[in-house]
Design a protein around this ligand. Structure first.
Ligand code: ZN
Length: 411
């Protein structure tokens, strides 16, 4: 389990954006013998093989072939996490410094972004010295920006009533000076000094690496646990299970999933239709989708935010998410199957229901269930500080989820 968690932390550290996460997963799949498929080509699938296909380089679907009479276990997760995204024309000047303008991506918890050592990563599109349009993934890795707090002396109410304006208060400071040529700087960082920049999708992230924490090291603390943890667990399950499985790690969950690469789009359905042909409906009736996305663990300082009978605790097992209004897609049938499997291999589970007087989040579970017509269960690893720049989970729960996913296809 220690090694499993160490590799999980390494995977997240190496994946500051969905593009980088997809590269990591593709590399690991290649090493395990999986073959890359191209959506622009005809597919010839052979029995006993594994395949993967990417879209926009930010979503990835991988699968063993063929499915059995029990269909696939389809493990769903998402590659994106809330963060600050660079605006197209980022350079602004203030107080003798150069700042880069940002737009929040998804439901960012803004407070933790102050006083962090930030770097930039993502994708640029440019014309190279020969006039060819190119794309390149970049990760600057070293700290290059910071959103400094306003000192308490300049805001005596800071600890009681400070709020954050997303347009004006969280603009990272990048350099001293009055002039800054963003285009030549970013091309140089990409190793393409003679090119012409056309466009970019760049994300700020915290350079602090993930870590074990706690007197007995019983916690994992890292950026992007939501939901790269589930991507990693699903990937390990796919590679190591003996049962037919598909892994679908989708971009754009944090902004609603409606895009050509999101769970609301056509990607997974089109892959499944290519696999199954006219047997698509049968395959969907036989399959089970396990939508894996972190669950809110009960917070020791704010225990009343949960209802005591449905409050997942850290290191007490995978949380099964239930919502009578279908914000989570779990049914008694899918939960029964999941819990029986967990019981048979002696892995703990817990249940999560949002307090009835509070709003409820959602996942790609209900969206995928709707799009594909597949029975679905929503589960996730109990996590604190979700959507913070640094989140926290227990060391036992990711491994527990992995064990269940290995065996759920037999149940
Ligand atoms: Zn999530």
């Amino acid at each position: 389990m220690r090694e499993f968690n160490e590799k999980l932390i390494q995977f997240i550290d190496a994946s500051p954006t969905p593009f980088h996460a997809v590269v990591q997963m593709a590399n690991e799949l290649e090493a395990a013998g999986y073959q890359k498929l191209d959506e622009c080509e005809k597919w010839e699938l052979s029995e006993g093989s594994g395949y993967y296909v990417t879209r926009n380089d930010s979503s990835i679907v991988a699968f063993t072939y063929p499915p059995s009479l029990k269909g696939y276990t389809i493990v769903g997760a998402h590659t994106d996490s809330p963060h600050l995204r660079l605006k197209p024309n980022p350079v602004t000047k203030s107080a003798g410094t150069i700042r880069f303008g940002v737009e929040p991506y998804g439901g960012v918890l803004l407070n933790p972004w102050f006083d962090r050592d930030l770097s930039l990563a993502g994708r640029i599109v440019y014309v190279d010295g020969q006039g060819v349009r190119c794309e390149k993934l970049i990760d600057i890795k070293r700290p290059i920006g910071v959103v400094s707090s306003l000192a308490i002396h300049l805001d005596r109410e800071a600890n009681t009533s400070r709020s954050i304006n997303a347009q004006t208060d969280i603009v990272p400071m990048m350099a001293c000076g009055e002039e800054f040529d963003f285009e030549s700087w970013i091309l140089e960082e990409a190793g393409e000094s003679s090119g012409k920049l056309l466009a970019h999708e760049l994300s700020f992230y915290d350079v602090q690496k993930g870590s074990f924490l706690g007197i007995h090291e019983e916690f994992i603390t890292s950026a992007r646990l939501d939901n790269l943890l589930s991507c990693y667990v699903g990937l390990q399950a796919l590679i190591h299970t003996k049962n037919p499985m598909m892994l679908a790690c989708m971009d754009h969950e944090e902004v609603g999933s409606d895009s050509h690469v999101g769970a609301g789009g056509t990607f997974v359905e089109e892959v499944l239709r290519r696999i199954a042909g006219e047997n698509f409906s049968t395959l969907m009736r036989q399959s089970l989708m396990v939508s894996c996305d972190n669950a809110h663990a009960q917070h020791p300082n704010f225990p009343s935010k949960h209802e005591s009978e449905h409050a997942p605790l850290l290191n007490r097992g995978v949380a099964i998410k239930i919502n009578s209004n279908q914000r989570y897609a779990t049914s008694a049938r899918t939960m029964g199957r999941f819990v029986q499997c967990a019981n048979e291999i002696a892995v703990a589970t817990q249940t999560f229901v949002t307090r009835s007087d509070m709003g409820c989040g959602s996942t790609i579970g209900p969206i995928s269930a709707t799009r594909l017509g597949v029975e679905t269960i929503d589960v996730g690893v109990p996590t604190l500080a979700m959507h913070s720049i640094r989140e926290l989970a227990g060391t036992e729960d990711a491994y527990g989820l992995y064990q269940i996913l290995l065996h759920i296809g037999e149940s």
